[in-house]
Ligand binder design. Structure first.
Ligand SMILES: [Zn+2]
Length: 155
């Protein structure tokens, strides 16, 4: 029981726990959820690369950890991410930057399918910023076709 004399513990009018500082950034678009040492864990992360790092961190804590990641289900629209095979995994000419469209709530586990049909394992890729790397022409063409199709539907 907290007495009123114990003024260092709880001051009247200030509530109990200090509030976390206000966030000036948007909520993290990606979520990582899993099971580590028998406990459910979840974390918001800003990028797929951060999701991979978080999953690797969990694996260092628990060899049997399991986890998946996804674009938050309440995210307003699909997000396109760009990735290529990590340096050294394949020849440089095959390290084109593929486009991957992620739908909100679609759980990612195992290989990801690029727009061109290429399958890459998220743990073996290098994530890129928009405009970085040599773009995969088939991915670009597929993205262009999708845009034209949408425009056709929109009239
Ligand atoms: Zn591609």
């Amino acid at each position: 029981m907290v007495t009123m004399r114990d003024t260092t513990a709880v001051r009247p009018g200030t509530g109990c726990a200090p509030r976390p500082p206000a966030r000036d950034t948007a909520p993290a678009p990606f979520m990582v959820v899993g099971r580590v040492n028998g406990h459910e864990v979840a974390a918001g992360v800003p990028t797929p690369a951060a999701a991979m790092r978080r999953m690797l961190d969990w694996l260092t804590l628990d060899d049997d950890a399991s986890a998946v990641w996804y674009l938050r289900e309440d995210w307003p629209e699909p997000v396109t991410v760009i990735a290529r095979m990590a340096h050294g995994a394949v020849g440089e000419t095959r390290r084109t930057a593929h486009l991957f469209q992620l739908q909100p709530g679609d759980v990612q586990c195992g290989p990801m399918s690029a727009r061109c049909g290429a399958e890459l394992c998220p743990s073996e890729v290098e994530w890129l910023r928009l405009g970085a790397g040599m773009p995969c022409e088939q991915c670009l063409a597929a993205a262009g076709n999708a845009r034209r199709a949408l425009e056709a539907v929109a009239g």
